[in-house]
Design a binder for this molecule. Structure first.
Ligand code: SAH
Length: 336
C-alpha cells in the first residue's frame, strides 16, 4: 500500500513532470502534513535511528567542553548566542548546559536558539530544556546579528536536501507504471548539495561578521568522490528510498570537502568523531563518571563510549568540522 505522501508525489510528477532527487527528499521529509520530520519522534530504541547524543551523555558533555573553551578563547563575551541546528530531542543541548554549569559567567551570558522545523521535536525540546529560556527559529535570519555566535549541529546537514548527477545530467524521480523510479536508473552517481553548502556559507558569514565559531558532526567523507549514498532508514533498518515515503528517514552522506569550498574563514578538521572526542578527553570523563557509578551504569558508560568511538561503530564514519572567524585574534578550537 502506498502512503498518502507517495500519492501526492505521483500526482505532482503527473502534472509537473519528473522531480529532482532534492525536491523528492524535501517533500518526503518536510511536507507540512505527511513529511517525516513533521509527524513523529524519529529517535531512540523504539524509533528509527539513534544518534550520538542519545547514545551517551558523554557526547554532549564533550561538545559542552568545546563550546565553553571556545567562548573563553573569544574573551568570554558577556552576551552571546549559542545556536543548535536540528536539536532532535534536546538531549545534546541539555548535556552541553549540564557540562558547563560550573563555568563562571557562561549561563548569564548565553542566549540559546534552536533551529528546528519539526513541531513534534520542538515540543520534546521544550520539555528537555524547560526553564532554560530557549528560543526557536526557523532560519538563520531570526538569530540576533549583533552578538558573538557559537553554532553546533549534530546530524543536521545530512537532513538537508542534495542532488544527484549521472554523466552530467541531474538524476530525477519519475513514475513508470505505478512505481516511482530514478531516471536514469544506471550509471556512476555523483552527489552535491547546494542546500548544505549554502547553509554552511551563511553560518560562516555570520560568524565572520559577529565573531565566533561553528561545529558540525555528521556521517560522510573527507574528500569528494563518486558514489550513491542516498539512504532510507526505518526501525533501525535500511529500506528502499521509495518504499515508506514519509515514514522513513531520508539522508545522504555529507561531503566535507564540498562544505569548505568558498568558505573564507578558518576551517578546522575534518577529523573523525573518535579523534575529536578523544582529544577532548572522553576517556578521562568516562573514567571519572564510572568511579561514581553502579555496575549497570558503568556498563552503559562503557557501551556508550565504544559506540561513539570504535571504528566499526560511529568513530570513523562520523566526521567533525569546525569553523572560526578569521580576525587578528585567531581561535584554536579544541579537538582538532
Ligand atoms: N541533532 C539531533 C537530531 C538529528 S536529526 C541528534 O543528534 O539527535 C535532524 C534534526 O534536524 C531534527 O531535529 C530535524 O527535525 C531537524 N531538521 C531537519 N531538517 C531541518 C530544516 N530544514 N530546518 C531545521 N531543522 C531541520
Amino acid at each position: 500500500m502506498s502512503s498518502p505522501l507517495e500519492e501526492i508525489i505521483k500526482e505532482k510528477i503527473a502534472s509537473e513532470g519528473p522531480m529532482s532527487v532534492g525536491a523528492f527528499m524535501a517533500l518526503a521529509l518536510a511536507h507540512p502534513e505527511h513529511g517525516y520530520y513533521m509527524k513523529q519522534d524519529p529517535f531512540g530504541r523504539a524509533g528509527d535511528f539513534i544518534t550520538a547524543p542519545e547514545v551517551s551523555q558523554l557526547f554532549g558533555e564533550m561538545i559542552g567542553v568545546w563550546v565553553a573553551d571556545l567562548w573563553q578563547q573569544m574573551g568570554a563575551p558577556s552576551r552571546f548566542v549559542l545556536l543548535e541546528c536540528g536539536p532532535g530531542r534536546g538531549s545534546l543541548m541539555a548535556d552541553i548546559l549540564r557540562a558547563v554549569q560550573n563555568v563562571t559567567g557562561f549561563h548569564e551570558a548565553v542566549d540559546i536558539y534552536l533551529l528546528e522545523i519539526s513541531p513534534v521535536l520542538k515540543a520534546l525540546q521544550g520539555e528537555a530544556l524547560e526553564g532554560r529560556g530557549v528560543k526557536w527559529c526557523g532560519c538563520l535570519e531570526d538569530v540576533p546579528g549583533d552578538v558573538p555566535l557559537i553554532v553546533v549541529g549534530n546530524e543536521f546537514l545530512d537532513a538537508l536536501a542534495f542532488q544527484q548527477f549521472i554523466e552530467g545530467r541531474e538524476r530525477v524521480v519519475d513514475v513508470r507504471g505505478d512505481a516511482l523510479v530514478f531516471v536514469p536508473e544506471e550509471g556512476e552517481v555523483t552527489e552535491m548539495s547546494a542546500e548544505r553548502a549554502a547553509f554552511v556559507k551563511e553560518v560562516c558569514a555570520r560568524i565572520q561578521a559577529q565573531q565566533g565559531g561553528a561545529l558540525f558532526i555528521d556521517y560522510g567523507h573527507v574528500k569528494s568522490g563518486p558514489g550513491d549514498t542516498f539512504q532510507a532508514v526505518m526501525g533501525h533498518e535500511y529500506v528502499d528510498v521509495f518504499s515508506h515515503i514519509g515514514d522513513a528517514d531520508l539522508t545522504s552522506h555529507v561531503d566535507f570537502e564540498a562544505l569548505q569550498s568558498g568558505v573564507e574563514i578558518d576551517v578546522h578538521g575534518p577529523v573523525t568523531q573518535a579523534a575529536f572526542l578523544k582529544a577532548l578527553g572522553i576517556d578521562l570523563r568516562a573514567g571519572m563518571l564510572k568511579r561514581h557509578a553502579d555496575a549497570p551504569q558503568g556498563d552503559a558508560l562503557e557501551k556508550g563510549l565504544h559506540r561513539l568511538c570504535d571504528s566499526d561503530q560511529m568513530g570513523t564514519l562520523f566526521k567533525v568540522i569546525g569553523f572560526t572567524h578569521a580576525h587578528d585574534t585567531r581561535l584554536t578550537p579544541a579537538g582538532f
